[in-house]
Design a protein around this ligand. Structure first.
Ligand code: HEC
Length: 142
């Protein structure tokens, strides 16, 4: 009897985690759009992805991007899992196909009000934002 209960509990757990993973891509996305002149902007060509990596993994303030967006860019960082809406899953091409470099720049700079995504305009220079955009796109966005 106890064993059956345990097996049921494990199956439920497995089922819920696997459906959660599936619902993480495509991700429902209601993020505000950047003004069109910024959405079409792309300054990643001259940006420094190595510096972007440091910002993503450690240097960003108040929190490293990794804490929410995850080490692998899948939106499954330690804090990210608990947030509603979830942090963007950069590895999900179904969602990311609508997110340009300029759109990313805009949201990193200004934040997405009402979500965990805070503005970084006081803590990061534009150049640094382009660095992290380049790192993310190079690493995960297909
Ligand atoms: C406290 C958690 C948290 C941290 C730290 C964080 N983000 Fe986010 N991020 C989010 C959430 C939540 C969203 C989803 C916002 C939405 O749906 O409107 C998001 C969305 C985004 C988007 C998607 C924009 C779009 O238009 O879809 C980008 C790009 C992004 N974050 C980059 C970053 C970068 C780069 C950093 C570090 C400098 C960072 N984030 C730090 C939680 C976080």
């Amino acid at each position: 009897m106890k064993k059956t209960l345990l097996i049921t509990a494990i199956s439920i757990l497995f089922f819920t985690t696997s459906t959660w993973a599936a619902s993480n891509c495509p991700q429902p996305r209601k993020t505000k759009s950047a003004p069109s002149n910024i959405a079409s902007m792309d300054k990643t060509a001259k940006a420094n992805a190595e510096n972007g990596k440091k910002i993503y993994a450690k240097k960003a303030k108040p929190l490293a991007c990794k804490m929410c967006h995850g080490k692998k860019g899948d939106g499954m960082g330690k804090l990210g899992k608990a947030l509603k809406p979830n942090p963007r899953n950069f590895t999900c091409s179904d969602t990311m196909k609508d997110v340009s470099a300029g759109q990313m720049f805009w949201i990193i700079k200004n934040g997405s009000p009402g979500t965990g995504m805070v503005a970084h305009k006081k803590s990061m220079k534009d150049k640094e934002i382009w660095d992290v955009v380049k790192y993310i796109r190079q690493s995960w966005v297909k």
